[in-house]
Ligand binder design. Structure first.
Ligand code: PMP
Length: 386
């Protein structure tokens, strides 16, 4: 039985071309980029070349790119680094990733106040005209949601703030899938993570506008202008640049391919496993993300059965899996109880084939129908609480 991986928002497999680009910097040119000898200078050149390529691909300047260990660190650095020490008011959307939501809670426990922009039933962030107040110290809204694929109007929100407070944008679920221009979004800082676009795990970047005042999280080195000290992982930086290059170069082809897979997946499940409910935008989100509810099935039981049938998907963000609470993103969308408790996130990649997607829909439908039959056998209807 083929294993079918439908959890590409949790992480993506590394592309062979990315591995090939990284290998020499693990094996041959393994210098420390801070060393002043020849081997060090060679590593430094590779690092700065990676920084320049990443900057160019996302329409930023190399001086604005700071390598981190991933999106979690980049988000923490932006939030703690930009909010400052004196308590003030914070604004986020109601559907941020835990690596934004939890630093915000930390700040609230230190005396900051917090307002959440609500979302619609399909996860679109609602633009509230008065969201920015004179006492607002920091705004953080993600570009693409990790559970629904919904895209937020970042440029419009940032224009409203217009430099009066720092604006952070988590673009980890968007970069490599939709066009991202740091310049045009006009935000203070922006997060990306390589393993979300077929790059290596363990590296991400925070883009920071040159004039922004950012207090570091880590101390004890001069690397990256002291804003993120520590020896830079040269092979990972080279891998991230290569993966981003491939993702940006093939973006349109990949998007069309994934759209086709999405239509096939949704069409087959609607035909074979009705009722299914799509949680999130149908047309104008990131097409890779498909959040679906199967009323009458309990999400955790379904997930386990799908795993046994060789299908990997998730009940939400990998960072919150293990939690028995239903998805905060779907709760913010105010979906009905049976939809909330029967939701799974399937996330596609251009590496999948139509045949695998067809097979996955058939396996999912078989299991959904069996679980619903068992439930009916137990005398419980399809609606009603799970
Ligand atoms: N933000 C978003 C939107 C994400 O999807 C993720 C990954 N689940 C993260 C942040 C955290 O990324 P990382 O694994 O690189 O720390």
């Amino acid at each position: 039985m083929d294993l079918i991986y439908l959890d590409n928002n949790a992480t993506t497999p590394l592309l062979p071309a990315v591995w090939e680009a990284m290998q020499p910097y693990f094996l041959d040119c393994a210098g420390n980029p801070a060393s002043s000898h020849g081997v060090g200078r060679q590593a430094r050149r590779a690092l700065e070349d990676a920084r320049e390529r990443i900057a160019q691909l996302l329409d930023a300047r190399p001086e604005e790119v700071f390598f981190t260990s991933g999106a979690t660190e980049a988000n923490n650095l932006a939030i703690f680094g930009l909010a400052g020490d004196t308590a003030g008011h914070l604004v986020t959307s109601a559907v941020e990733h835990p690596s934004v939501a939890e630093p915000i809670l930390q700040l609230v426990s230190r005396g900051f106040t917090h307002r959440q922009l609500p979302v619609t039933g399909t996860g679109a962030v609602v633009f509230e005209a008065d969201f920015f107040q004179p006492e607002t110290r920091l705004v953080a809204v993600m570009l693409a949601n990790h559970e629904t694929g919904a895209l937020a109007p970042i440029a419009k929100l940032a224009q409203e703030v217009s430099g009066r407070a720092p604006f952070h944008c988590d673009a980890a679920a968007a970069a490599g899938k939709v066009a991202v221009s740091f310049r045009e979004l006009n935000v203070t800082s922006l997060t990306i993570s390589a393993h979300k676009f077929h790059g290596p795990k363990g590296i991400g970047a925070l883009f920071i506008k040159e004039r922004a005042k950012l207090r570091p999280l880590l101390w004890g080195g001069h690397q990256q202008h002291g804003k993120r000290p520590g020896t830079e992982p040269v092979p990972l930086a080279v891998g991230m640049a290569t993966a981003l290059e491939l993702a940006v170069r093939n973006m349109e082809t990949n998007r069309c391919g994934v759209l086709e897979l999405r239509e096939l997946f949704l069409g087959r499940l609607r035909a074979l496993a009705a009722p299914v409910v799509l949680n999130g935008p149908d047309q104008d989100g990131v097409p890779h993300t498909i959040n679906l509810s199967f009323p009458g099935c309990a999400a955790d039981v379904l997930l386990m059965n799908l795993d046994l049938a060789g299908i990997a998907c998730s009940t939400g963000s990998a960072c919150s899996s293990g939690s028995l609470l239903p998805s905060p993103v779907l709760r913010a969308m105010n979906v009905p109880k049976d939809v909330l408790h029967s939701a799974l996130r399937f996330s596609l990649s251009p590496l999948l084939s139509t045949s695998l997607v067809e097979q996955s829909a058939q396996r999912i439908a078989r299991i959904v129908n069996r679980l619903r039959q068992e439930r009916l056998g137990n005398g419980q209807g399809l609606s009603g609480s799970i």
